[in-house]
Ligand binder design. Structure first.
Ligand code: NAP
Length: 564
């Protein structure tokens, strides 16, 4: 199937995928299926991406396990039993390892291969990809599957790195570290912080939760999956996947078409009670749709959840601190929790309000808090855990020097925010495909569901490339401008687009200005899937495709060679 390009310079490989996580593995499998010449490289020493790296205690996903798996293979679906309703990191990593073994993917993956530079040559239409160790691979096409959250960020506080004990980001948690009896500070109460805090609270001797802003959390409703339940789920996989394909975020939860104002307050509260006590992200994703679009309904829902926090936390001063003040419920990603609030009822757990008492510095013994008026408080610790989030979405791209034929760096192009052609390409960066990245509908969906859409599109596109002898595939600038505008418009309808979170490019730990960026596409996975399918059906009108074997042919054929 693969047509080797016989241009000026030979390639080492036709398709180079960067990243052996959930997305990269699936793309590898699909390209192998169509007979493509493909290789995967990954900076880590093992596969799994997010699930290889995040080994902190309590790490798990908020997606129902049976929706967080590949759907492409009936045999795989038949043989894998999920143990928990919301699988923890070790089980998810085992699943991905099983997939790699079952489909014999490992021989096609090179580990410990960190990409530092990728440069496009106009002379022979190849990418030269350079690695940290100085080695290089030349590829016709480079496919980026590096994850949205693979570059951790740290607070810019004095003394960081000088602590004598364990000082780690959740992303780099050393798996063999035993927290039993230790004095630990966790900085940050996003989804990662909430999980690690809950998990270690009853094992450590002292736990200090250093919180800047509170985040909304709802009960996950986790528990084991019995054999009978597993059999019932397996028998319903077709319906489950079909349902998830139609929900905006690829979850089993779907926003209610009913408005909260269409029902009585009594009905609303009863419904919210059910959702709160149900499973997963129902209150967040399966609620009356105006609760995430209109400030009034959102305020009422926020107050409902705030009251839950007041009921669960004994000390009302602590409860009040745990109730977000800077954003309404569901206007940032809501974290699923399993006893997070009850942890604060334990004597060994203390909530430290960083707004009142900021970190002055990290010392050799722990963390020094600034109490104001020249007073300080020293927390003596065994471990400091930064649950402070990521240089999300574009961070992994920024860390590679990606250079086009004009010598322009992608990082410079994206300085004021990313611009992509349908979330899959960037104009003037030919033959570079983004599988997981900015403005892609696949990225903010329940991940396996979302990435299947973009990988399936990419696979069809690779088929087209090979069968039509396409040497160059490049997003049109006008399509890029239109897409960014569309994403901006669609996102503006949701309150999510108005808050300071990684969804909108905020991260004040970075040395860049903190203005909002159009990072994610909130128009929903079905709409995104349809949009990508249109490109296939209409022979890629948003892209310029050039047939032939290299630059010489394109010059000869001129624009006649470009289809679409
Ligand atoms: P995050 O949501 O960005 O949260 C970072 C936390 O660190 C926030 O509480 C933030 O406070 C705090 N923080 C950041 N810089 C700080 C500083 N300089 N000083 C003090 N506090 C600081 O990061 P995350 O918790 O790692 O989650 C990121 C994403 O990963 C989630 O949105 C989710 O998509 C994914 N995730 C999912 C799961 C799951 O499925 N259950 C679990 C973990 C992660 P402010 O709010 O004040 O900025």
């Amino acid at each position: 199937m693969t047509t080797k390009v016989d241009g000026a310079g030979a390639s080492d490989v036709d398709y180079l995928i960067i990243g052996a996580g959930m997305c990269g593995l699936y793309q590898l499998h699909q390209l192998l299926e169509i007979g493509a010449d493909v290789r995967v490289v990954d900076a880590n020493s093992g596969l799994g991406g997010t699930w290889f790296k995040n080994r902190y205690p309590g790490c798990r996903f908020d997606s129902e396990s049976y929706t967080y798996q590949y759907s492409f293979s009936p045999e795989l679906l038949a043989e894998w039993d999920w143990q928990e309703k919301f699988s923890a990191q070790p089980e998810t990593l085992s699943y991905l390892e099983h997939v790699a073994d079952r489909f014999d993917l490992r021989p096609h993956i090179t580990f410990d291969a960190r990409v530092v530079r990728a440069e496009w040559s106009e002379a022979d239409w190849r990418w030269t990809v350079s690695f940290e160790d100085g080695s290089q691979i030349r590829a016709r096409f480079v496919l980026y599957a590096m994850g949205l959250l693979s570059v951790p960020t740290y607070p810019r506080v004095a003394g960081r790195g000088s602590f004598g004990g364990l000082e780690t980001h959740t992303f780099d948690w050393p798996e063999d570290y035993d927290v039993t009896g230790k004095r630990i500070a966790v900085i940050g109460t996003g989804a990662s912080g909430v999980q690690v805090i809950t998990d270690v609270a009853d094992k450590v001797s002292e736990l200090y939760v250093l919180q800047r802003d509170a985040n909304w959390c709802t009960p996950l409703g986790n528990g084991p999956i019995s054999e009978e339940e597993m059999a019932r789920l397996r028998a319903s996989y077709d319906e489950i996947f079909a349902w998830c394909r139609e929900t905006p975020a690829g979850f089993i939860h779907r926003p209610d078409r009913t408005l909260s104002t269409d029902v009585t307050r009594e009905e609303r509260l009863r419904h919210w009670e059910e959702l709160y006590n149900g499973q997963g992200a129902g209150l967040y994703m399966g609620n009356y749709r105006d609760t995430i679009m209109e400030p009034g309904p959102n305020k009422e829902l926020s107050e409902f959840v705030a009251e839950k926090i007041r009921q669960r936390v004994k000390d009302q001063r602590v409860a009040d601190l745990l109730i977000p003040k800077d954003h309404g419920f569901g206007t940032k990603r809501v974290a699923g929790e399993s006893g997070f609030y009850e942890a604060f009822n334990q004597d060994n757990v203390e909530l430290v309000d960083l707004m009142a008492h900021p970190i002055q510095e990290v010392t050799e013994a722990g963390v020094r808090l600034d109490l104001g008026g020249g007073k300080v408080r020293d927390l003596e610790l065994d471990a400091i855990v930064y649950a402070t989030g990521f240089d999300a979405v574009t961070g992994a791209f920024d860390r590679i020097e990606i250079v086009n034929g004009e010598g322009e760096h992608l990082k410079d192009r994206w300085e004021d925010g990313p611009e992509t052609c349908l979330g899959v390409q960037v104009s003037d960066f030919p033959n570079m495909f983004i599988l997981v990245g900015p403005q892609s509908g696949s990225a903010t969906a329940n991940f396996p569901r979302g990435i299947e859409d973009v990988v399936n599109w990419m696979t069809e596109t690779a088929r087209h490339i090979e069968s039509h002898g396409i040497a160059r595939f490049e997003g049109r600038r006008e399509a890029e401008v239109a897409w960014v505008e569309h994403v901006r418009e669609v996102n503006a309808k949701l309150l999510l687009s108005q808050t300071q979170s990684w969804f909108n490019g905020h991260n004040i730990n970075l040395d860049r200005d903190d203005k909002p960026r159009v990072m994610v596409y909130l128009g929903g996975a079905p709409r995104y899937r349809r949009r990508l399918q249109e490109e296939i059906d209409q022979e890629y009108p948003s892209f310029v495709l050039t047939e032939g074997s290299g630059p010489r042919q394109s010059v000869r054929a001129g624009s006649a060679a470009a289809s679409g």
